[in-house]
Design a protein around this ligand. Structure first.
Ligand SMILES: Cc1cc2nc3c(=O)[nH]c(=O)nc-3n(C[C@H](O)[C@H](O)[C@H](O)COP(=O)(O)O)c2cc1C
Length: 340
């Protein structure tokens, strides 16, 4: 998820288990073949056999409208051996759509097929190529045509976000359309949208006939949801989960400080806790404690007051402009060293 599920959050979330694979934020392809550094910046996991630290495969998502350019970029990306390449036909944001990308292409199934076919052909068969779509732009009239076009283009899996572009993120989700698509195509269909708890997963599988779901915001709100779905654990988040989550938050905070400049790192933590408070009251308290804070060092202190044991992260992985030893890092690393 763009601006949210970066490599740091992917590492933390997948460490809890329950994921078959995950996908990067989208890379926009326009008129050039992007350098490898663009892909490795977005997905440092490419240097780790395209897996998160805990071993979850990471697919790289491309977004664009030019079949030839998408194919050229996919071929170049394939040299880095990604665990998969995913094509985005779901993004509803005006900037992306104005440039004919994401869900704006859902009125043109023929173009979808050409894009899918060109990318599939450009990439070795060993690399899965998959697609993600919404149900349409303003209505669902072409939903089946789009899904069939992506299948004809050789996609191996299809994630269907059960809304049109016009639906945005309204609570209404059109599961019946995911069911229709699943019945119309032979490739595996993965249902996406509004999975926040175990019961949502069960209801959605029942309504769509899909065996799998893709978690979006629910994965961020409840970092243990995927595991709970896989293992059939407690119906809701339980109090005992919070100890595990505190460790995840501490790890995330350490890594975010290494990746981002000090004025940006508090925002990332607030973003995560802001979503997590939907599932955990303790996260709401923590969010309240840091909401007004701007400096990383102040946030570290507030987190400790909330009972977090701060850890230091691998300094070789740091933001080049903000090496450890700077004011913000020294307060993190020297005042609260990781337990031996
Ligand atoms: C902040 C944000 C960024 C997103 N970025 C992407 C993206 O880069 N690629 C993508 O396929 N979907 C993206 N999505 C859509 C989600 O993957 C998902 O399809 C959508 O949120 C519906 O699922 P949910 O209700 O479980 O969140 C984004 C959603 C949000 C809220």
């Amino acid at each position: 998820m763009e601006g949210l599920a970066d490599d740091v959050l992917r590492a933390v979330l997948t460490s809890a288990g329950g994921y078959d694979w995950c996908v990067t934020e989208f890379v926009r392809v326009t008129t050039t073949v992007l350098p490898h550094s663009c892909f490795t910046r977005l997905s440092p996991e490419l240097k780790n056999a395209s897996r998160t630290a805990s071993g979850t495969p990471v697919r790289i998502q491309l977004l664009g409208s030019d079949p030839a350019m998408l194919a050229a970029n996919a071929a170049h990306l394939a040299l880095l051996a990604p665990a998969g390449i995913d094509l985005n036909f779901g993004c509803p944001t005006p900037l992306v759509n104005r440039n004919r990308g994401g869900s704006a292409l859902l009125d043109d199934p023929e173009l979808l097929q050409r894009i899918a076919g060109a990318v599939r052909k450009a990439v070795p068969p060993s690399i899965p190529v998959t697609a993600k779509m919404r149900l349409g732009i303003e209505d669902t009239d072409r939903a089946l045509d789009c899904a069939l076009a992506l299948e004809a283009g050789g996609m191996q899996e299809l994630v269907v976000h059960a809304r049109t572009k016009q639906d945005g993120y309204r609570p209404l989700v059109r599961w019946e359309w995911v069911a229709r698509i699943r019945e119309a195509v032979r490739l595996p269909v993965i249902a996406n949208g509004e999975v926040w708890k175990l019961a949502d997963y069960r209801n959605i599988c029942a309504a769509t006939g899909c065996a799998d779901v893709m978690l979006g915001r629910g994965a961020v709100a409840d970092p243990l949801l995927a595991r709970r779905i896989r293992e059939g654990g407690a119906e809701h988040a339980v109090a005992a989960d919070w100890d595990e989550l505190k460790n995840m938050i501490a790890g995330f905070w350490a890594q975010v400080q290494l990746k981002l400049p000090p004025h940006q790192s508090p925002g990332r933590l607030k973003q995560w806790l802001g979503l997590m408070q939907r599932s955990y009251p303790q996260a709401a308290l923590m969010y309240g404690a840091i909401r007004e804070l701007r400096r990383a060092a102040e946030v570290s202190l507030a987190l400790q007051r909330c009972g977090l044991i701060l850890v230091s992260a691998d300094p070789t992985d740091c933001h080049p402009d903000f090496p450890p030893g700077g004011l913000e890092f020294s307060s993190l690393q020297h005042s609260h060293p990781a337990p031996a």
